[in-house]
Design a binder for this molecule. Structure first.
Ligand code: NDP
Length: 445
């Protein structure tokens, strides 16, 4: 049995109840065969065994009191996966579906993503099964304060720097940061995604969505094309989806769909982003309201159809994991889609991503395509360290450099291994090499 097969079998045995984690590990290790099976050194130092095992897992109780004075208890997690190239860095997800396996999959992906940015950040991720939807601001504040009361002892500006993810935006980061400051008495860059008046970076809010579009744009430029006139299907209607849509529109493309967990809208005239921002960011409402405002848009309930049924040139899944399956991939190919760029983490199932690649679609995995968020978070850390703030234009220009750099790094790597255009392989190997070298240099730890 090859080294890679042995590790996959071992991970399957030990983590049988964590399907998302297994999926992420298999995808990465399959790509690494051509590297680790060629050189015994990795097996000799047990590098893969160490890579798939988090350095530390923290799980904790989060008690809080709701508006009816009832005691509620949620589960909190922080997985500190790998700090070989820098302090753990990765978001916090607040969603009822959160469990240890999901946080481990996200933390594992984060190792390679952070490496691809070229910046010195290790991989980590955290979250809770608390659902901020339908909660009052005061309930969210009490929850965040309780969550941070435990988390604070495990993080720090040079050890572990969390950020936002699904369900964690500016409001939650504010409450979390306030509690951290109160507990420690320190004003440091311990979280990213902070407000602009208290250490946040300009362009961080926009960074993941913008970065996704910058990467796809660089690919289009490399084949002598652009976003002009392209029809784009986007899923999600949160942070990543909104700012990806904004950048596509700026570059002359037209986004025609968006989703939330209740269904999707199709607006062939082009999504009106002002309406979306009002519904999702101001009112915290449901996407179905969009169709009552724009009569020519159609809302389809979840279960009655999927967003990927809408014909498009480019698909940008920006909601959640495994939202694009094999049947969806077949529909996209049939409808003439040419590019899929993952704004979300692992939104495409393994079979679907392979089918897309086999059918000539340029497929950009999330660990490359959505790395602009964490890249800009690292820029926020740099600004906090030097106690300066850079202009929007400066940060945006660096973000663009990071994303074009990632495109060329994964493109070059795919060519180096004789698999031109296999960006899954390119991203996994390019991300792995830097981390592996650091682990080799630092001994068996
Ligand atoms: P938000 O919470 O702002 O938005 C999430 C969107 O996805 C909402 O429209 C939400 O709908 C929808 N969604 C979430 N869970 C589900 C589900 N189980 N089924 C259907 N729809 C769902 O999150 P972000 O935009 O920040 O994150 C989106 C994705 O991007 C995630 O995979 C995240 O890990 C990834 N990502 C985010 C980064 C960032 O900087 N924010 C950085 C890199 C990756 P509803 O409103 O109904 O819940």
């Amino acid at each position: 049995m090859s080294y890679v097969d042995r590790i996959i079998a071992d991970v399957e045995k030990k983590n049988a109840d964590q399907p998302e984690f297994l999926q992420a590990v298999k995808e990465v290790l399959e790509s690494l065969r051509v590297v680790v099976d060629r050189d015994n050194v990795y097996e000799e130092v047990g590098l893969l065994e160490r890579l798939v095992e988090p350095e530390r897992i923290i799980q904790f109780r989060v008690p809080w009191i709701d508006d009816q004075n009832r005691v509620r208890v949620n589960r909190g997690f922080r997985v500190q996966f790998n700090s070989a190239i820098g302090p753990y860095k990765g978001g916090l997800r607040f969603h009822p579906s959160v469990n240890l396996g999901i946080i481990k999959f996200l933390g594992f992906e984060q190792i390679f993503k952070n490496s691809l940015t070229g910046l010195p950040i290790g991989g980590g991720k955290g979250g809770t099964d608390f659902d901020p939807k339908g909660k009052s601001d005061n309930e969210v504040m009490r929850f965040c304060q309780s969550f941070m009361t435990e988390l604070a002892r495990h993080i720090g500006p040079d050890t572990d720097v969390p950020a936002g993810d699904i369900g964690v935006g500016g409001r939650e980061i504010g409450f979390l940061y306030g509690q951290y400051r109160r507990l420690t008495g320190e004003f440091t860059g311990v979280l990213t995604g902070k407000g602009l008046t208290w250490g946040g970076s300009l362009a961080r809010t926009e960074a993941t969505g913008y970065g996704l579009v910058y990467l796809v744009e660089e690919y289009l430029n490399s084949i002598g094309d652009s976003f002009k006139g392209k029809k784009v299907a986007v899923s999600g209607s949160g942070n990543v989806a909104i700012f990806a849509t904004q950048k596509v529109h700026e570059l002359g493309g037209k986004v025609v769909t968006m989703t939330d967990s209740n269904g999707y809208i199709h607006h062939s005239a082009g999504i009106n982003l002002d309406t979306i921002k009002e519904i999702k960011l101001v009112k915290r409402g449901r996407l179905s309201e969009y169709a009552t405002i724009h009569g020519d848009a159609v809302h389809t309930d979840a279960g009655s159809g999927k967003v990927w049924d809408a014909p498009c040139d480019i698909a940008l899944p920006c909601a959640t994991q495994n939202e694009l399956d094999l049947a969806d991939a077949k529909t996209l190919v049939q409808n003439g889609c040419k590019i899929v760029g993952e704004g979300a983490n692992m939104p495409t199932t393994l079979e679907a991503s392979l089918f897309l690649q086999e059918n000539g679609i340029a497929f950009f995995p999330g660990k490359a395509a959505n790395a602009g968020g964490v890249g800009t978070s690292a820029l926020e850390m740099s600004q906090n360290s030097e106690r300066l703030s850079w202009s929007f234009e400066e940060v945006d220009a660096m973000l663009k450099r990071i994303m074009t750099g990632i495109f060329h790094s994964i493109d070059d790597t795919s060519k180096e291994y004789g698999r031109a255009g296999d960006y899954i392989l390119g991203a996994n190997i390019a991300g792995f090499r830097k981390v592996a070298q650091a682990m080799l240099d630092q001994g068996i730890i």
